[in-house]
Ligand binder design. Sequence first.
Ligand code: PGA
Length: 250
Amino acid sequence: MDRDPLIIGNWKMYKTADEAERFIHELAPLIGTAKAEVGLAVPFTAMHRATEAAKKTNILIGAQNMSDYREGAYTGEISSLMLIEAGAEFSLVGHSERRHIYGESNEFINKKLLRALADDIRPILCVGETQHERDNSETPFVLKEQIFKGLREVPKEDAEKVVIAYEPVWAIGTGKAATHQMAQDAHELCKEFLFEFFGKNDVPVLYGGSVKPENIQGFMEQGDVDGALVGGASLEPQSFAKIVNFEVKR
Ligand code: PGA
């Protein structure tokens, strides 16, 4: 794939609007020469201020979740139209915390993904197996199911608008990242499934799960790793900048 690598920070439920603004002002000068496309998935309440702060930079601002509806009587939800107005260019869908803590199913995640595509928000579909599933050799089955069900009804022409993030659940927030080889093997699988689904290979696959400045290089040297989704290590500008400024060797 000839695209620039994509590195996204997922702030989860951290950072007020003030903190987001300060972070972006600190980060921008540290990543001026980065070869990667950089994004931040920020809390809804920080989105507008984050977009304003990121205006003269190349940093993309996105959401961590969105509604499957455009508007309506859905108390507590945030729609694609609201996200676009606040400046969001992408949204995570199906993050493992949404799947496992809030019970989001593949079917529900698919509806969100189709809504995102319909309204020009780039969806980043998160997939990944639990430790139990890995121990039972179910990883290929789980990844195939999450990819096929998550992308259901996405037309081939929209393949290039989608991003996949492979995030093994056991590696998220645990400090126990996948080995570089494990990530490569899982990414290769994801790409096979994506090829089977779309009949072409246009979808970048990011790795997520305890990515840090110390291990980013090895991930990015793998042939099928097109970028990273970074949680904990994206909360501090210096550490996130070190990840974004990894040395391009490929
Ligand atoms: P982590 O989180 O980098 O803190 O493991 C990754 C994620 O949840 O996207």
